[in-house]
Ligand binder design. Structure first.
Ligand code: A2P
Length: 283
């Protein structure tokens, strides 16, 4: 069993499984439910969804179908962009719990720092939103709160008024898209980097160099990239709706990528796309 932990500890002391099951672009209903159930059966204990994915109900159904004890799972959801007010944070979070069929979530994130609707008053909107999220922590409805797609200036603004510190920044991270400065700054501020699109939303499968390296290790491209993410100290959130691939993506704890190959993967600049600009998103 080579060198990476299967669970990590966030800055507020709670443990988090080091690989999460991503559900972005997973359709709601049977597909979401089946894939979440398959993921839990395969051994995932960390499920990542979002209000904006529109699949919280299917994800919740999958959790129930798996029959797993709630206490064994780590469930994340995220506040969608139109909801950055105190009231809407509270009411939409309540709806998320209802859709998921849960009475708490482990992690709740602000999905984007600067929604179109709050383009000119995003600092104030995030301050209000965060206050609502802190109260939900106080009420026992959320175990940890964090950020997604936040850059340094968004983090700094939020930290000016935050009573509870964010413990995660979920950003796009895959070979060739490493956002080094942001990762370092997030860590300095006490946040663990989570990697969404760890397979470059599928684009990494077209990169010959990655395929050749995966062959050398006797592993698939997906396994190599997920392993790279773990060795980088990220929490990868690979998405799949296919039972075989779901299993494959968790089978990454039995090999180690050499330092030289880690550098090669890291240096494949934007081979599977770059990071979004969160100050200019069209939603
Ligand atoms: P599918 O859901 O049909 O398996 P990311 O996690 O970076 O967003 O990438 C998700 C994309 O990669 C999806 O298109 C998913 O398709 C595909 N994918 C996930 N795991 C694998 C795998 N092990 N092999 C091939 N494609 C995969």
């Amino acid at each position: 069993m080579a060198g990476v932990a299967k669970t990590l500890t966030l800055a507020n002391g709670i443990t988090i499984p080091s690989i999460g099951f991503g559900t972005w672009q997973t359709p709601d209903g049977d597909i979401a439910a089946e894939s979440v159930k398959n993921a839990i059966e395969a051994g995932y204990r960390h499920i990542d969804t979002a209000q904006a994915y529109g699949n919280e109900a299917g994800v919740g159904e999958g959790i129930r179908m798996s029959g797993i004890d709630r206490s064994e799972l780590f469930v994340t959801t995220k506040l969608t962009n139109d909801n950055h007010t105190y009231e809407l944070t509270k009411s939409s979070f309540k709806k998320s719990l209802e859709d998921l069929g849960l009475d708490y979530v482990d992690l709740f994130l602000i999905h984007w720092p600067r929604p179109l609707r709050f383009m000119d008053n995003w600092q104030r909107a995030n301050e209000e939103t965060w206050r609502a999220m802190e109260e939900l922590v106080d009420d026992g409805r959320i175990r940890a709160i964090g950020l997604s797609n936040f850059h340094r200036h968004h983090i700094d603004a939020l930290l000016q008024t935050a009573r509870i510190k964010p413990v995660v920044n979920q950003i796009r991270l895959c070979p060739g898209c490493t956002q080094d400065e942001l990762v370092n700054y997030s860590r300095e501020c006490g946040m663990m980097p989570e990697a969404y699109s760890p397979l470059g939303t599928g684009k990494i499968f077209n990169v010959d160099e990655v395929k050749a390296m995966a062959d050398r290790y006797g592993k698939s491209v997906a396994q190599l990239c997920i392993r790279w993410s773990l060795q980088m100290g990220f929490i990868p959130l690979p998405k799949s709706v296919n039972a075989d691939r779901i299993r494959e993506n968790l089978d990454v704890y039995d090999f180690e990528i050499s330092a030289e190959d880690m550098n090669i993967l890291t240096g494949l600049t934007e081979c599977a796309g770059g990071a979004p600009d969160p100050d200019n998103m069209p939603f």
